[in-house]
Design a protein around this ligand. Structure first.
Ligand code: ATP
Ligand code: MG
Length: 574
């Protein structure tokens, strides 16, 4: 009997799948969607500039352009990047899972999803198309497209296109998206915090943000500007081949499909990093595969033994060329510029790896000055629940600020662990506030969940984060100890100066016969003052660990008002 069913079947396009599951990409509410859309375009702009050695200048504007639809917001993002070749524009913005970033190197984007999710979100609620202008540096024209995404087919629907000759040397991209959003305090805070935290780690960028004007409230657009304060860019990431340990069986099959006619020895040597002739032979011998075999002829069983042989072989750790850390100088410049702190420092750790994936951890620290007033809203909020010393965490993965799920992050658990005692080990006082920045750069950041907002406690990474934060915390302690010693010494000097005239007068009484009392007293005063200064200066110049302020040995005065022994004064008790 023939099988019957009432079920109907169809295939879902990637565009439809991601639109239905838009929370995967962060589009959970009207407010979050605004933030997420800004992020997606902004990050594309940074990838199109700094990764290619261009000092970024990115303008983000949110405006209300439709008086009939007060909830419609238009997001315009303009950059001076490498642009997009005209023939590729429709696919780059009209096809989910279409990207130039499916390469092994550290960029902000990597999924081929971001811009399209924002566009799908926008068009579904507003029915309005997406617009783009773009020009590459070598192109003589500027290209324009107005398009929508055909969700059922996962392809662009071009509504209008145009091109103009280029009169200036302009290159870059301007995108314009209208979506149904919400300009609440929350939306504003998230976007502002995101941009501010980006400005901290990208002091080489000009970032301009223009917020919407709210007619009802009579509010004019606000302009926030983060000016470039250095022309130094982080070294761009280089594309690398995968490391054998980071590859799984499926990936191995895909790689073979790319080089089907290569012999196995060549295949291994050309497809992977850290595999030379000897290593390739070693692997193939373990897998009992003839090095001359054509890659495409491998049976399923042979593929499995190849995979196993790779796992059983030792390799040099993966190369870190694919990574682009921010660097100690830029972190320090950014922290100083944006937070206006009194003390900043930073450390970039050596590259390490986990499971065949290279990573670099960086940490920065900021203390004092105008730190508290310049901290962003999210950081300030996080301080409220603490008891002091207060630690504001600035987390980043591949240069993207992580604003959500702070407490789920391994960084948070390290910085807030019992063993990490800011008070006893690092000498912070109960009321002190520090900002701690941690950046994890990797070709595969081990995120905890699909939201990609918190980092999982992979042991190799945990150790590096801990070591990095310990290092910057130690440097802060050195600074604070010196600073406190200096304050104590100055206080001592002040005290000495207060009493020296009186001591000098008394001493003069003993050493003169009473006639030149005044002169003797003045000269003694000068000498004592010099002595005190020398002593204090000498103590300040001693290495930090050795410095210990001891009282200047002054002759005891028998008279009333004798000098107070500084060693017992209150200041010394600290
Ligand atoms: N401002 C831009 N300048 C140059 N190229 C861009 C720009 N915006 C997007 N692109 C191109 O369009 C592609 C698709 O962008 P999209 O944001 O959808 O994905 P992605 O950035 O590759 O990955 P992710 O989903 O992680 O953001 C990019 O890979 C890039 O090649
Ligand atoms: Mg992107």
């Amino acid at each position: 009997m023939a099988e019957t069913t009432n079920e109907s079947f169809r295939q879902m396009s990637p565009a439809e799948f991601f639109y239905r599951n838009k929370e995967i990409a962060g589009f959970t509410s009207a407010s979050r969607a605004m933030y997420q859309a800004v992020r997606e375009f902004f990050e594309n702009s940074l990838d199109a500039t700094e990764v290619h050695g261009i000092l970024p200048r990115v303008t983000v504007q949110i405006s209300k352009e439709d008086p009939n639809n007060p909830d419609f917001f238009t997001i315009t993002v303009e950059d001076n990047g490498i642009g997009i070749p005209s023939t590729v524009i429709p696919d780059a913005f009209g096809r989910v899972l279409f990207s130039s970033k499916y390469k092994l190197r550290q960029t902000r984007g990597m999924y081929g999803l971001g811009a399209k999710m924002a566009i799908l979100y926008g068009q579904q609620n507003t029915g309005k198309p997406f617009e783009i202008f773009s020009s590459t540096p070598s192109s003589k024209k500027v290209y324009y497209y107005k398009l929508m995404i055909r969700m059922d087919k996962n392809e662009p629907l071009i509504l209008e296109e145009g091109e103009w000759p280029k009169s200036s040397g302009w290159h870059g991209t301007i995108v314009k998206l209208t979506l149904e959003g919400e300009w609440s305090k929350r939306t504003k805070d998230y976007i502002s915090v995101y941009l501010k935290r980006t400005a901290i780690i990208a002091p080489y960028a000009d970032i301009i943000f223009i917020s919407p004007s709210i007619e009802g409230e009579g509010k004019e657009p606000e302009i926030t500007l983060y000016r470039r304060v250095t022309t130094k860019l982080p070294a761009p990431p280089k594309e690398t081949k995968p490391h054998p340990i980071g590859v799984d069986l499926e990936m191995l099959k895909m790689m073979i499909a790319e080089r089907p006619s290569a012999n196995m020895k060549d295949f291994l040597m050309r497809s992977f990093q850290r595999v030379g002739e000897k290593k390739a032979e070693e692997i193939l011998e373990k897998a009992k595969i003839d090095p001359r075999r054509r890659a495409s002829t491998l049976t399923e069983k042979e593929l499995e033994s190849l995979y196993k042989a790779i796992k059983d072989t030792k390799f040099i750790a993966p190369s870190s060329e694919s990574l682009s850390p921010i660097g100690e100088d830029l972190i320090k410049i950014g922290l100083k510029e944006v937070l206006q702190a009194e003390f900043v420092d930073a450390v970039t750790r050596k590259p390490k790896s986990y499971g065949g994936h290279p990573f670099i951890v960086e940490a920065g620290i900021a203390y004092g000055g105008k730190l508290l007033e310049n901290l962003d809203e999210i950081a300030k909020d996080s301080l409220k629940g603490q008891q002091g010393p207060y630690v504001a965490l600035l987390r980043y993965a591949n240069k993207i600020p992580l604003l959500f799920d702070e407490k789920a992050d391994v960084i948070w658990s390290i910085v807030n662990s019992e063993e990490f005692s800011w008070k006893t080990t690092y000498k912070l006082e109960q009321t002190d506030v520090v900002a701690v920045l941690v950046h994890v750069a990797s070709t595969k950041v081990p995120y905890k969940g699909v939201g990609k907002e918190s980092i999982a406690p992979v042991e190799e990474l945990r150790k590096e984060i801990e070591a990095a934060v310990q290092e910057v915390a130690r440097r802060l302690r050195v600074y604070l100890t010196k600073k406190r010693k200096k304050q104590e010494a100055q206080e001592k000097l002040r005290l000495f100066m207060k009493y020296i005239p009186e001591i000098a007068q008394n001493l003069a009484y003993f050493v003169t016969d009473g006639k030149e009392l005044r002169e003797a007293s003045k000269s003694l005063e000068r000498e004592l003052l010099e002595m005190a200064k020398r002593k204090v200066r000498a103590q300040l110049e001693q290495p930090e660990e050795l410095t210990h302020i001891v009282p200047v040995a002054l002759p005891a005065a028998e008279q009333e008002g004798s000098i107070e022994d500084p060693s017992t004064s209150e200041e010394e008790e600290e």
